[in-house]
Design a protein around this ligand. Structure first.
Ligand SMILES: Cc1ncc(COP(=O)(O)O)c(C=O)c1O
Length: 366
């Protein structure tokens, strides 16, 4: 057991196990030497906001860098600010589940109430239309959409997003669109941005960050795109909480967004390689179902056929097999009897980690 723990393989955190590309690090060093060590405008330096508008513009979304962009301390801060700016005490937010575990906590901190709708592992919102409708009442103010999705790797299709749009328009909801994995997609999948759908621009808060795409999770830089009055409110909250993201980090982020995107292609290629290796190994477990992820970098296998409760299993895997994963129970209703495996790591590391999981499960059925 001590031996296994010594060489623990981490397939737990959603933090790519690759270095930040060197041209981005160089830009940060240049910015530090040039004296970008002070507070910036509350909504971020103009060059950063312009780079965001340019980068989103390439994906077909027209954005005004002066009024519609806010630089944030990662997507996490953008999400929290969105709830702070839009929710009154007791207002409800519909969150399709399983889901990233921070949304409910963030809603709660902002004084709101999270209403989960379990849509299952395939994460097809269109197939959960009735349940989603039933979750909406007169206190409902917002709905969260996360595509590509953490933890299942699902990429929402046009029917899923049309349903969200119809619900938002019928019930006057604001949609929080978390697009942090939008550049990490595989095969023939494509990302659809709900803000581009008719009637949605004015009721969408789009959140993104550089944490995943550019392996910059520790830099804490992200952004929000939203209508002017929402950005104004969010800026006020961020100013009181944290002033602004660091100036030299914003400068490095400009280089990331505007510079060569070869590093992103390379990240996706490496994740894809690891995804295929992990899926093929998991395929050896007959009683385990694992939908093929089409985006992000997580596998979320359903282990209910083996009878393991997720927290006991992740503990056993860590202590007895030397591999660290996340218990599905953390991801809300529909998450129990699953584990989340993060495969944003070198393929050999992922292969060895998943091999350990598979061999443990083959010999330790409940
Ligand atoms: C779906 C999703 N949104 C937002 C975040 C937060 O990212 P950050 O605050 O590092 O930008 C994460 C991180 O794991 C995530 O998985």
């Amino acid at each position: 057991m001590a031996e296994a723990a010594d060489q623990l393989i981490h397939l737990d955190l959603g933090d790519p196990a690759f270095p930040t590309p060197s041209h981005i690090i160089d830009a940060a060093c240049r910015a530090l030497k040039a004296g970008l060590t002070h507070y910036t405008e509350g909504r971020g330096i103009r060059k950063f906001r312009e780079a965001v508008a340019w980068s989103e513009g390439r994906l077909g979304l027209e954005v005004d860098p002066d009024s519609e962009v806010l630089a944030t301390l990662g997507a996490s801060m953008g999400i929290y600010l969105a709830f702070l700016a839009c929710l009154g005490r007791g207002d409800e937010v519909v969150v399709p589940s399983p889901c990233w575990f921070v949304y409910p906590q963030s809603v709660k901190l902002a004084g709101g109430r999270c209403v989960y709708v379990n849509v299952g592992d395939e994460f097809r919102l269109a197939e959960a239309e009735e349940a989603l409708k039933q979750a909406i009442n007169r206190r409902t103010r917002m709905m969260v959409v996360n595509t590509p999705h953490n933890p299942t790797g699902a990429v929402l299709n046009v029917d899923d997003l049309r349903l969200v749009r119809d619900l938002a328009l019928d019930h006057d909801l604001i949609v929080l669109s978390d697009e942090i994995y939008k550049h990490i997609i595989y095969d023939d999948a494509s990302h659809i941005c709900i803000a581009k759908m008719p009637g949605m621009r004015e009721r969408t808060i789009l959140v993104n960050s550089l944490s995943k795409t550019y392996a910059m999770a520790g830099w804490r830089i992200g952004y929000v795109i939203a209508p002017k009055q929402v950005i104004d409110a969010m800026e006020r909250f961020q100013t009181f909480i944290a002033a602004c993201p660091p100036a030299f980090v914003q400068a490095a982020a400009v280089e990331a967004l505007r510079g060569s995107q070869r590093c992103v292609e390379e990240l996706v290629r490496r994740c894809d390689q690891a995804r295929k290796a992990a899926l093929s190994l998991l395929g050896e477990l007959e009683r385990v179902r694992c939908p093929k992820p089409r985006g992000a970098f997580y596998l979320f296998p359903d282990l209910s056929g083996l009878g393991w409760e997720s927290t006991s299993l992740t503990r056993a895997l860590r202590e007895k097999a030397g591999v660290s994963t996340m218990p599905g129970a953390m991801f809300g209703p529909g998450g129990e009897y699953h584990i989340r495996i993060s495969y944003a790591a070198p393929v050999e590391q992922v292969r060895e980690g998943v091999r350990r999981i598979v061999s443990f499960l083959k010999t330790h059925e409940r």
